[in-house]
Design a protein around this ligand. Structure first.
Ligand code: DHE
Length: 520
């Protein structure tokens, strides 16, 4: 508090001394360097505060940015500058941070290495969990309100830990196969490795300036990061997050591309990357260890890679596709990838072995494939996905890729969830006036059997089941929010756990077993 007061006083003196100049032209860059650079970086790449470049700010409206500059952000280090900057100055700074820098920012291997920090070297912390809870039935809950993560016992729902995260985590945190460690990715490019057994952040590294997500290899030994800025994938040794290799995302025609996302495909022993601006899908195999790597603790239940080509050496295999593909869903064997075509036109299925397109899917309305689920219906596997711009869930027969049903919902949805042991699939209505509603779909009749409104006026979204499929958690996506526990069978509410804008929730068992009803 005292420090903030001194900063405010100093800044106020600067303002008063320079008051006559205010009438003249405002120099937003100079104001930025005086007031913002110490937290956000002299080059706007971020520091203690987030990066302030147009790409990183794409989800914040300029008006909101002005408000943050003037009022600050509660529960963060961001103070308000209302008594330091005149309104026109705040507006000018806000406008300026939305303009691209003169020279495109770079993030080299040297930058990555410099950002790398190991707080607890691999193997230095006790091997046994410090808690009694079932280590395979834990939940992590990302709380985006004040950028924290809660660790919950999946049986009692008691909080084991609540710790600060990097600013704006995005995409699911990814566990090692034994469930001991978890990796978080932030939109600003930070990867953080947390030891669940000891409740300690053990290593961090910054993979890029504007990152999409991360994936962890099926054996838990490698982490791959997908970046929008720079156009790259970056490979890390999962033990201490030491960088291993940068893959510039460059197509065969020489064009570079943002990387939309990277996924792990354990049965193939490879990472699969979605490229936003070139018509290619990349497959990057990780090496299969020749002898068991039990000593690392990452391989207690290794998932054997069954690929036929066993020359795995992290080299890129390019699969040329007929359209720009984004946002992937996979069949359980990871033989096929289903990707959304650019512009929300539809989707297509590509056979990852042959590299050929095998089907077009009639899925107009921006299908959100990444949050699709699948289950067995009358002896065939079906997949169901919500749409980001259409109030519908599409249900596809994965044996012949035909559309079985378009189920009307009360608005476009974001996330869908189920569990092998549950008769229901849940979908939210994230967009539009009904965002406080959640539909429950019967997986046999393919009808909505119940629509819940857990807190009128508050967004209700994103479900995750416990390891048994008996209970589930739903987020009340609000600063004054909560995670609500439901009985998965009776659909009765059991408990509310107050949280600060909880978004995604991730159960260790479901994620490490690649459960069919959750995202991977
Ligand atoms: Fe996400 C996952 C892309 C906006 C919250 N989101 C993902 C994944 C992708 C993706 C590719 C899968 C990565 C993974 O889990 O490893 N998201 C996109 C977009 O392209 C989009 C539409 C626009 C963007 O600016 O990125 C987008 N996403 C959002 C949001 O606005 C959300 C609601 C709030 C936020 O935190 O940014 C959001 N996305 C999430 C969450 C997951 C996610 C919570 C993980 C879901 C899961 O259960 O696995």
């Amino acid at each position: 508090m005292v420090k903030r007061g001194v900063i405010r006083l100093l800044s106020l003196s600067v303002l008063l001394l320079s008051w006559p100049a205010l009438a003249e032209q405002v120099d937003p860059e100079a104001l930025y360097q005086t007031h913002c650079a110490s937290c956000h970086g002299i080059d706007r790449l971020g520091g203690m505060g987030p990066a302030l470049l147009p790409g990183n700010l794409s989800r914040l409206k300029q008006d909101e940015a002005i408000e943050v500059i003037r009022e600050g952000r509660p529960a963060t280090q961001m103070m308000g500058f209302d008594d330091v900057l005149a309104p026109a100055e705040s507006e000018a700074v806000a406008k300026w941070i939305y303009t691209p820098p003169e020279a495109p920012p770079t993030w080299t291997m040297a930058d990555i290495k410099q950002s790398h920090a190991v707080m607890h070297p691999f193997g230095s912390l006790p091997e046994a969990p410090t808690f009694d809870a079932d280590p395979l039935n834990l939940f992590l809950v990302v709380e985006t309100g004040d950028h924290h993560v809660s660790l919950l016992d999946g049986d009692t729902f008691e909080r084991i830990d609540r710790f600060p995260s990097r600013y704006a985590l995005h995409g699911g945190p990814k566990y090692t196969p034994d469930g001991r460690y978890v990796f978080f990715g932030s939109r600003d490019g930070w990867i953080s490795k947390y030891d669940i057994y000891n409740q300690k952040m053990v290593a961090e590294v910054r993979a890029g300036i504007n990152m999409r997500n991360i994936a962890v290899s099926g054996d838990g030994r490698y982490v791959m990061a997908a970046n929008y800025l720079p156009h790259s994938l970056v490979l890390f040794d999962a033990h201490n997050l030491a960088p291993m290799k940068i893959y510039p995302a460059k197509g065969e025609n020489g064009d570079t591309s943002r990387v939309s996302a990277v996924y792990a495909a354990p049965p193939r022993g490879s990472f699969i990357a979605a490229l936003k601006d070139i018509k290619e899908v990349w497959e990057i195999p990780w090496p299969v260890p020749t002898s068991p790597v039990v000593s690392t603790g990452h391989m207690k239940e290794p998932i054997e890679a069954q690929r036929s080509h066993d020359t795995a050496n992290f080299d890129v295999r390019r699969i040329t596709v007929p359209d720009y593909l984004d946002d992937f869903f996979f069949d359980p064997e990871y033989r096929h990838v289903i990707g959304a075509a650019r512009g929300g036109k539809g989707a297509m299925v590509v056979d990852l072995d042959s590299g050929n397109k095998v089907a077009d899917l009639p899925l107009a309305g921006m299908p959100h494939l990444g949050s699709g689920v699948s289950w067995m219906l009358d002896g065939r596997r079906v997949m169901a996905i919500p749409h980001l711009t259409k109030g519908a869930v599409s249900i596809i027969d994965m044996s012949d890729w035909s559309l079985i049903k378009t189920l009307e919902t009360q608005g476009p949805g974001f996330f869908m969830r189920s569990h092998e042991n549950s008769p229901y699939a849940w979908v939210d209505v994230f967009f539009g006036p009904n965002s406080d509603k959640v539909h429950v779909i019967d997986k046999k009749t393919l009808e909505i059997v119940k629509t819940l409104t857990p807190a009128p006026g508050k967004v209700a979204a994103h479900v995750e089941f416990d390891r048994y499929g008996e209970k589930l958690l739903l987020s009340l996506w609000d600063r004054d929010g909560a995670v609500i526990v439901y009985d998965a069978q009776t659909l009765e509410e059991l408990q509310r756990i107050p949280m600060d804008k909880p978004s995604g929730k991730y159960n260790v068992w479901n994620k490490t077993r690649y459960e069919e009803g959750t995202s991977h």
